[in-house]
Design a protein around this ligand. Sequence first.
Ligand SMILES: [Zn+2]
Length: 150
Amino acid sequence: MPELALCVLSADCPAVLVADPDAGIVGAAHSGRQGTARGVVPALVRAMSEAGADPARMCAVIGPAICGGCYEVPREMRDNVAAAVPGAGCVTRAGTPGLDLRAGISAQLADLGVRQLRVDSRCTAEERDLYSYRRDGRTGRLAALVWLAP
Ligand SMILES: [Zn+2]
């Protein structure tokens, strides 16, 4: 519906916005660690495709998120997510096990045939003007919005 905006709130987790302008279909997902491992973005792309969208026409945006250099997690957690999402596992700048969720989501989108992808590479933990739960604990949320222009 043209008058309806979809919104994702996050503070370190990637927001993913997807649109097929020709089909008039948009979607949004909050793809944090668990959502990425469980395939929330592939589920979104499949749902949009079932509604008439085509991954070849889709354009996707991944919003600011904590980067792989900052997002340290326990080794077992890193290995479990990386097993589910090739490309998501990494090593942090401190040399510890980490997750690069944007890399994992980018790979998921590529696997589904979504070729028009823009990634906001800003790191929420490093950029003081972005909200980061990991950096600040109690903090605000970034809003990512997508809607159909009338
Ligand atoms: Zn970072």
